[in-house]
Design a protein around this ligand. Sequence first.
Ligand code: ATP
Ligand code: MG
Length: 300
Amino acid sequence: MDTTLITHDLTRRFGELTAVDALTLSVPRGAVYGFLGPNGAGKTTTIRLALGLIHPSAGEVLLFGQPLRRRRLELLRRVGALVEVPSLYPHLSGRDNLEVTRRLIDATKAQRDRALALVGLEDDADRLVKTFSMGMKQRLALALALMGEPELLILDEPTNGLDPAGIREIRELICKLPQEHGITIFLSSHLLAEIEQVATHIGIIQQGRLLFEGTLDALHAQNEPQLVLEVDKPQSAKEVLHAYGWKVRGNGGHSLTLAVNGAADVARINTQLVQGGVNIYHLNLQQPTLEDIFLAVTQA
Ligand SMILES: Nc1ncnc2c1ncn2[C@@H]1O[C@H](COP(=O)(O)OP(=O)(O)OP(=O)(O)O)[C@@H](O)[C@H]1O
Ligand SMILES: [Mg+2]
């Protein structure tokens, strides 16, 4: 598999605390990888390790198949990152903010202006940054990260502190970059609904340990939809369904729940119950949201 970022048993201790604990991650090329975890789970620490800003206590980081430890500068040139609040110069224009970094990283003016266009700031590029909204500042910070034309973009909570309009702008950008520019994105968040809308792959961590890694589809498949039924005779309904091999749970009263695979199962169950002499009052297929799955995974 063609991967960008890999960690092998990556571990980072701060004194007694193990912030990142034998973490093995794999970010395929072209993915939008959502790195999810509650506060203090170790997301920022992992990102700082991946960028070589701190050293691992054990394990290693590979970028594009090569150990970061050995070829740090060369590998990091292919990575763009946005970690914590970026330092922008409020008294300079958007373009001049990029200009400072452009000279440092030896990018061209065309690359600078392309980055501005990519984040939709070309028309506002000559305004002073102190007049920018939070969302515009965040997009400018992304332009900084994009200027060197990275293959991998690492973003730590990129929508933190933004209003809904700002969040939408960043979300649209995150979707556009892999599709139109072939950039792989690794982004951390504790906002599950956000990640659900953009990610192709998910890693979930808690207390520094990986609880799940896979595609969003695989995560959903692990958590089957639930069919909730209201019937006139719950006891007979259970017997009928057991006879057909379904695993049924009573919810008390006239309500029953069973795990199903999809709409075809619902139709089948409906017919089986009616033929078994059970009347159905109500039938509701509940798809677990990422939020439900996240809670189930992190509380297990
Ligand atoms: N430099 C440090 N010194 C000591 N402890 C640290 C340091 N950096 C992080 N930690 C601790 O490591 C754990 C993981 O922190 P980290 O910032 O990686 O979590 P996070 O998942 O990014 O959380 P959040 O969602 O709040 O940003 C926390 O308990 C934190 O207090
Ligand atoms: Mg963090």
